[in-house]
Write a protein that binds this ligand. Structure first.
Ligand code: NAD
Length: 474
């Protein structure tokens, strides 16, 4: 696989050098530029829109088995190329190689799952006493635009694209400018699997320019975005002008409620690697740790000891457990949150500093963090663990629901009734009870409150690319 070959635009079935400007691609482990990515011009975006519109009637009329066969083939190619694509991902984004390779396999699962799920999409018939039949059928919503971020650039792209293609939509994707090579490799897998011209297209570009242009086009019927709440609100407003359907998977601030009946060592062994997975740049990353007062000190000590052993470094090195932050702008953001918390009384139990070269920030543990600290209110999206103690279940639930976010939440307890109460009472799209395994191809994933709108994954993810039509026949 050649890196240069993947750094292109994929428009109307052709790989293009691009006629617009170019932007540098930076390896976050070194801070050095490793390549340049072409940014699509307005004329190229128009070509992509025309191609998506042209390709739609034939794709929606393509038998679901035939659509599924292409998606299965793309999945097989992704698995075959997982090691090479994983290397590109690590160089562009920083995560440890095993995580990167695992992400490519996760993307392959998405293609396989939706290739099959689409076959199970039936309609329903309502039979009237008059003899009239009312037939309710799902239909593809139409040409779709996806905007995806850099934290899981392949998996999040696959989640949207697999569901939309399986539903019979054509897709224009704008991947993040940080990771053009690995997302190009996913487009290559679809191309090699035989995706027809114009059915799937990949355009790089300046985010605001591309999103305004594409969302403003009457061709596009649906927008799916994953990223920050602020950008999600902006794109929703753009979509509102054309009354376009949306799926928004936005920021979170996951609370973790740890009760004194849990097995402390086992719980810590599970929690600490999850906190620092992908350097904390995960929308469902465990972030606010509320720990019952009797075990708070032991929890904080055990957390800090395990954190001190997390090996940070270049993701291509075998012993690395946490890579750098994905881009330069996250460094001052995280350092600012630590400083603010410290000034407001938080104790730094581990880390707290940026590294010398690249975009590294130490895995950091802050205890006794007051609710007034910025980090307790804005999504840190970095390697910060924030801790406070609580006395009662009611207090813990109140804290969990305090923020305007509601993506994921976690509870550690051996008390089944409490698990049920909190599973029901926490305001979030997903709740993990004694587990962090809350994202899979077959289950819905999405937020409530300001964490988003709609779900991805599962049958719900497929239905988000469909409209419902009722045909009444006398
Ligand atoms: P950002 O808000 O500038 O960008 C987030 C993502 O949205 C990027 O991939 C970017 O390319 C894209 N984007 C930005 N403006 C856009 C626009 N006008 N149109 C289309 N796409 C646009 O933030 P950032 O500095 O890249 O990341 C930091 C914040 O983003 C974090 O604090 C976190 O809240 C959020 N984020 C969330 C996720 C997630 O999985 N939900 C992923 C990445 C980033």
């Amino acid at each position: 696989m050649s890196y240069e070959a993947e750094l292109k635009l994929f428009i109307d079935g052709a790989w293009r050098q691009g006629e617009g400007d170019r932007a540098p691609v930076i390896n976050p482990a070194t801070g050095q530029a490793i390549a340049e990515v072409p940014l699509a011009s307005a004329a190229e975006l128009d070509e992509a829109l025309e191609a998506a519109n042209r390709a739609w009637p034939a794709w929606r009329a393509t038998d679901v088995e035939a659509r599924g066969a292409i998606l299965h083939k793309a999945a097989a190619l992704l698995r075959e190329r997982a090691q090479d694509i994983g290397m590109l991902l690590t160089q562009e984004q920083g995560k440890p190689l095993p995580e990167a390779v695992g992400e490519v396999h996760g993307a392959a699962q998405m293609f396989d799952y939706y290739a099959e799920e689409a076959k199970r999409q039936g309609g329903r018939v309502l039979v009237r006493p008059t003899g009239q039949r009312s037939i309710v059928i799902p239909q593809p919503v139409g040409p779709t635009a996806t905007f995806t971020p850099w934290n899981f650039p392949i998996y999040l792209l696959a989640k949207k694209v697999a569901a939309a293609l399986a539903a019979g939509c054509t897709v224009i994707s704008k991947p993040p400018e940080e990771t053009p090579g690995c997302t190009g490799a996913m487009a290559r897998a679809l191309d090699d699997a035989g995706i027809p011209k114009g059915v799937f297209q990949l355009v790089h570009g300046v985010p605001d320019t591309v999103s305004r242009h594409i969302i403003g086009s009457p061709v596009i019927r649906k927008i799916s975005f994953t990223g920050s709440t602020a950008v999600g609100k902006h794109l929703m407003k753009l979509a509102a002008d054309g009354m376009k359907r949306i799926t928004m998977e936005l920021g979170g601030h996951a609370p973790v409620l740890v009760f004194d009946d849990c097995d402390l060592d086992k719980t810590l062994d599970m929690i600490v690697p999850q906190k620092f997975r992908n350097a904390g740049q995960v929308c469902v990353s465990p972030t606010r740790f509320y720990v019952q007062e009797g075990i708070y000190d032991a929890f904080a000590k055990g957390f800090a000891e395990r954190t001190a052993k997390v090996k940070i470094g270049n993701g291509l090195e075998a012993e690395t457990r946490m890579g750098p932050l994905a881009n330069q702008r996250r460094l001052p953001a995280i350092a600012g949150l630590v400083e603010d918390a410290r000034a407001k009384g938080a104790r730094v139990l581990a880390g707290g500093e940026a590294g010398d070269a690249g975009f590294f920030f130490q895995p950091t543990v802050l205890a006794d963090v007051p609710n007034e600290a910025q980090a307790m209110n804005v999504e840190p999206f970095g390697p910060l663990a924030l801790m406070r103690s609580f006395k009662s279940e009611d207090e813990a639930l109140h804290e969990a629901n305090r923020l305007p976010f509601g993506l994921a939440a976690f509870v550690f307890t051996e008390n089944g009734r409490r698990a049920n109460r909190l599973g029901d009472g926490i305001e979030s799209g997903m709740v993990g009870i004694n587990t962090f395994a809350i994202s899979s191809a077959d289950a819905p994933f999405g937020g409530v409150k300001e964490s988003g709108s709609g779900s991805e994954g599962g049958v719900e993810g497929l239905q988000s690319y469909q409209v419902t039509k009722a045909i009444h026949q006398a």
